[in-house]
Design a binder for this molecule. Sequence first.
Ligand SMILES: C[S@@+](CC[C@H](N)C(=O)[O-])C[C@H]1O[C@@H](n2cnc3c(N)ncnc32)[C@H](O)[C@@H]1O
Length: 334
Amino acid sequence: MTSTTTQNNLIDLLPTRVSDDNGLAQDVKQGLSQSPKKLSSRFFYDAKGSQLFQQIMELPEYYLTKLEHQILSRQRKEILFAVDTTSPFQLVDLGAGDAYKTKLLLSELMGMKADFSYVPLDISQDQLSLLLEDMHHRWPSLPVKALAAEYFQGLEWLNQHERQRKVVLFLGSNIGNFDLDEAKNFLCTLRQSLHPEDSFLLGLDLRKDPEKIRRAYDDAAGVTSAFNLNLLHRINKELQADFDLDEFQHFAEYDPLEGTMRSFLISRKAQEVTIGALNQTFQFEAWEAIHTENSYKFSLRQVEEMAQDCGFKVQDVFTDPSHGFADVLLRPVH
Ligand SMILES: C[S@@+](CC[C@H](N)C(=O)[O-])C[C@H]1O[C@@H](n2cnc3c(N)ncnc32)[C@H](O)[C@@H]1O
């Protein structure tokens, strides 16, 4: 793996990606060949997708960011006390995005002159470049090492190259994008890469009024719809495809039995789409769905059980006053 130094010697952008397109072509080929059709939500965040997600976070319906922001802004001192900031550590931010909420913790840590470095890890290199610039302007003395990688690739790289204590963040209910088996697998795999002195702060969207959940993924202004459709635009651009965006529509539904919010792109008519980079044509029936995202909503009991099964103990649970969102602090059990 090579490392590129940008702006100053405290910032390294490590291109740890699987391939030039991060696996987009392979995911599209596989996902559109199966029934029902599927595309991975991890490809939402190109430059345009990241911009649209910023707008989503500001929507009145999108409660997730506001609730987690409230938790981190009101309880950051308690959270940092619980993870122990008295000895040096790396703050590893899985799926960092624009680090909007992480900045609350960073600002507190900078204020207390904690001995730490910041390691944002994200599959979107566009997103990381913007974040690096922002960090450089805000806190020029903060050592930042950005990893452009898939979660576990990045963690594996860190384990091989760095030996410092880790405080790992997985905020924004990103874990909800996995199905339950994958989420458990994620926790158990993460546990294997952590040492007893490390800690893990996990942000989770909790079960609540199903209508409130559904509206968060189908806003009145149509920004979530544009965000979902942008995936097809990205495939058009990066894989030379000819999706007609007017002939697909966003659809989102919440299943209160399972706690799963699902998003789809629906083909409005029978049509075929050619993907130049794959040299392949895909058939769509009228009203056929492409499953693009799961956003799982948890109960705290479920999280505790899953964490215990994977060798973590729950050290603390930080919630907002409505108990709509939780940041759970987990410690590896040894
Ligand atoms: C919803 S944003 C969350 C950003 C931020 N952590 C927050 O809480 O607001 C999800 C971020 O995770 C990244 N991401 C999604 N799947 C990923 C994967 N498999 N590996 C690494 N990053 C991923 C996306 O590129 C995006 O920036």
